[in-house]
Design a protein around this ligand. Structure first.
Ligand code: SF4
Length: 346
């Protein structure tokens, strides 16, 4: 992709939480929530960040927004006007200005909306705090347009969140995230707190808004079935690191990391394989590694069914396993080029 198509570029991002012990509160180690994560998000695309709970995907999303301070690395944001901004080098007022071009949608629309505020005040808050409207009527016009854009009736703006269903509340949260016309949106598990019946509606709304407004999404989820529906590319995280990154079709068709293969084996599919049997589910042994005590070598080796002795001693590099003329497909595995792993269509 040409350089100007990169909206967000994350390089060697780290977020460590110190472990302190004793009377003197000595630092005895770190919880490596995010450890040396690098990726790009291209204009107009959806990059899904997937993995089990606690793998560092939400922390990564919040660092990208600079809602929390990273320990190291850089996060560059490339605005539509061509300015490339290093988010980690900004002062608080500069950061606050740039954050208007970024939006965030949270998991739980029940707790993310203040129950004591009307919808008008919730969606209108960014305009008021940034002094972007002069009259109440102007604020109402802006909020009405935003409610309309998320397919809600503008006449409901004086109601409180409790008067809405879960799906409607998430539409309100989306309207607020889009209030200041962002270019880049981090959606953190935006459908996982919703009834299955409304999940598809919210996904299709996000897709429609992306096309209408030329939005770029970082979509954080643990649900690979959703990833296949919404994302152009996928980054799979395990214990704070990206272990596989590539086009959605390539990863679902031919995963190159054993962890991705195991995650994909749990994705429900309707069709059966050639022998007429459902695909075999891969049950991983053991627990997810503790980010405060990361295993030596490959962090996945205690659970990996393909582990060899080198996996216990040497950290695998992120290998590009794509064929010539294909877009990059990266996998953090010593045997990424040799293993013949199964995807959801195998
Ligand atoms: Fe498994 Fe070894 Fe590859 Fe790690 S490097 S995923 S342990 S085969």
């Amino acid at each position: 992709m040409p350089e100007q198509d990169v909206v967000v570029e994350v390089t060697n991002l780290r977020k460590y939480y110190p472990i302190v012990r004793g009377f003197m509160r000595r630092n005895v180690g770190n919880v490596k929530a995010v450890d040396d994560v690098s990726f790009q998000v291209h204009r107009g695309e959806t990059l899904a960040l997937v993995g089990e709970s606690g793998c560092g995907k939400t922390t990564t999303g919040r660092c990208v927004m600079r809602a929390i301070e990273p320990t190291g690395g850089s996060i560059c944001f490339n605005r539509r006007n061509g300015d490339m901004i290093d988010m980690t080098a900004l002062s608080i007022p500069e950061l606050r200005y740039i954050q208007r071009y970024m939006g965030m949608i949270f998991q739980d629309p029940y707790s993310s909306l203040n129950p004591r505020m009307t919808v008008l005040d919730i969606i209108g808050e960014p305009f008021i705090t940034r002094n972007l409207v002069k009259r109440r009527s102007e604020l109402e016009e802006r909020v009405a347009a935003l409610l309309h854009s998320v397919r809600l009736d503008p006449s409901s703006m004086r109601r409180y969140p409790h008067a809405f269903s879960g799906g409607q509340r998430q539409r309100i949260a989306i309207a607020r995230a889009l209030a200041l016309d962002p270019e880049f949106v981090v959606a953190d598990e935006p459908i996982s707190a919703l009834d299955v019946s409304v999940q598809a509606q919210i996904l299709s709304l996000l897709r429609e808004l992306q096309l209408e407004l030329n939005l770029t999404y970082l979509f954080i989820t643990h649900n690979l079935a959703v990833v296949e529906l919404i994302s152009d590319r996928v980054a799979v995280m395990y214990v704070g690191q990206i272990v596989e990154l590539g086009d959605t079709a390539a990863i679902f068709g031919h995963p190159r990391h054993p962890y991705t293969e195991a995650l994909l084996s749990a994705v429900p599919v309707i069709e059966t394989n050639r022998k007429g049997h459902q695909r075999e589910r891969i049950i991983l042994e053991g627990e997810v590694a503790d980010p405060a005590n990361v295993p030596s070598g490959c962090t996945f080796h205690p659970r990996c069914p393909y582990a060899e002795s080198i996996c216990r001693s040497e950290e695998p590099p992120l290998l590009d396993v794509s064929a010539q003329n294909e877009r990059p497909h990266l996998a953090r595995c010593h045997f990424a080029r040799e293993l013949n792993l199964k995807g959801v269509r195998a």
